[in-house]
Design a protein around this ligand. Structure first.
Ligand code: ADP
Ligand code: ASP
Ligand code: MG
Length: 413
């Protein structure tokens, strides 16, 4: 008898019929004698719809009330799902984040899980129930509802798997696993059978939204093997595991893109100690994450500084930077929201030179200009004009022969 945590994303529970199909799938595992914990997202499109409603009322909504609103999407699906379970003659219970004590910090809309009390869940499992828990939400010390940030249900699932010491954590979604690039924009994308936590961390942080980055971080920390697979087929998906469990490391294992970034440039910043801190401190105080930063030195006295932030944070970051630029006597602030970050990722890059230059050649052959570049041991990222994103992804996928790297798994279960 195994304890299995299964998470189903928005498209998997996007209609009553799909919810019923998921219930049948979970019940089949339950009937084999497994202890089933289910984590659900809101129906696809629902979190976006709720966000739009909030913005129609208040341009910059209070984050506490935003969490109050956004958390309702998951409440709907867990209730309907448990009704479907009961309709099929199986006992089940739907529980919200605060009812199962998913304790988080109080950073509304971006909360982090601090502790989960497995006691109540185990009690319900002992009573033979299918326990269904709302993804993406928790409760802070004062009893306020919090949410974990977009895509956060994956994190709920992995955190529960760790807290319950589950035998497996399965992330069911609308594709058959983790691919060499987004299969929805590149038809040649290949499913990766096994991937290390570190590579998956890079892919997730660079835009492969198939698995939320915090979920991967938790899985690595608590050594939870994660199986990403399709809701709509029985095919084995992708196992995200420790690196030693992977036989060979591929040079480039994936191409990612992220259209959720924006560029801000401050021109002619006085090149003095302390100016960078004066720019970036108020940005971080506002809870805004800065991604790439580039500083050019010009004639020893003035420098240009360019960095990227998430597109949602662009307006706020521009306000803060414009103010800071005025204070430090910089010349001008410019920005661009129509950019994208395209990256190549692979642990094999550690021991190979020349990968970055190959990437630059491919992009230039397609006439794509690079606006910014950053590298780490296992990735190279380029900021380009957003309109070339798909072209760049497909060209890089071809150039690194990713369509030939992985054989799709043949097993089913
Ligand atoms: P869910 O609603 O199930 O959480 P998401 O939309 O968050 O699903 O994630 C699944 C989507 O991730 C896929 O439909 C696909 O378009 C996208 N995706 C981006 N990069 C990748 C990748 N490398 N492999 C698989 N899917 C990817
Ligand atoms: N419903 C939330 C979202 O759309 C959380 C999730 O689906 O993971 O981002
Ligand atoms: Mg998701």
């Amino acid at each position: 008898m195994a304890l299995i945590v299964q998470k189903f994303g928005g498209t998997s529970v996007g209609s009553v019929e799909k919810i019923q199909a998921v219930a049948r799938r979970v019940i089949a595992q339950h009937n084999k004698g497994n202890r089933m914990v289910v984590v659900l997202s809101a129906m696809s499109g629902e979190t976006d719809r709720l966000t739009a409603l909030a913005h129609a009322v208040q341009p910059r909504p209070s984050t506490r009330e935003m969490d109050m609103l956004l958390s309702t999407g998951e409440q709907v699906t867990i209730a309907l799902f448990t009704m479907a379970v009961k309709e099929a003659g199986v006992d089940g219970i739907a529980l919200l984040g605060d009812q199962v004590s998913i304790h988080t910090d109080d950073v509304h809309t971006k909360a982090r899980i601090k502790k989960i009390d497995p006691h109540l869940i185990n009690q319900h499992l002992d009573e033979g129930k299918i326990v269904t828990i709302a993804g993406f939400q928790g409760v802070d010390e004062k009893g306020n509802i919090t949410t974990l940030g977009r895509g956060g249900s994956d994190t709920t699932a992995v955190a529960l798997a760790a807290a319950l010491e589950a035998d497996a954590c399965e992330i069911f979604t609308d594709v058959e696993g983790v691919y060499t690039t987004d299969p929805n924009i590149c038809t040649k994308a290949q499913k990766i059978n096994r991937i290390s936590y570190d590579e998956m961390l890079e892919l997730a942080s660079l835009g492969a939204k198939v698995l939320d980055i915090r979920a991967v971080g938790l899985a690595k920390r608590f050594k939870v093997p994660v199986h990403v697979r399709s809701t709509f087929t029985d095919t084995i998906g992708t196992w995200v595991v420790e690196e030693e469990k992977i036989m060979e490391s591929i040079l480039v294992s994936g191409i990612t893109y992220n259209k959720n970034e924006a560029r801000i440039t401050i021109k002619k910043v006085p090149d003095l100690p302390g100016t960078a801190a004066r720019i970036f401190l108020p940005i971080s105080d506002a809870g805004i994450l800065v991604d790439m930063i580039i500083q050019n030195t010009r004639d020893g006295q003035m420098t240009d500084m360019t960095f990227t932030v998430l597109r949602n944070d662009y307006e706020r970051a521009m306000e803060i930077v414009t103010e800071a630029a005025r204070e430090i006597g910089a010349d001008a602030v410019t920005g661009d929201q129509q950019i994208a970050k395209v990256s190549i990722v692979g642990v094999g890059m550690r021991n190979n030179s020349g990968i970055a230059s190959t990437m630059f050649q491919i992009l230039s052959k397609e006439g794509i200009n690079m606006i910014m570049v950053s590298t780490s041991e296992i990735k190279v990222s380029c900021i380009i004009d957003e309109k070339y994103t798909e072209l760049a992804v497909r060209a890089l996928h071809d150039a690194f022969a990713l369509d030939k790297n992985n054989m799709p798994a043949e097993e089913t279960n």
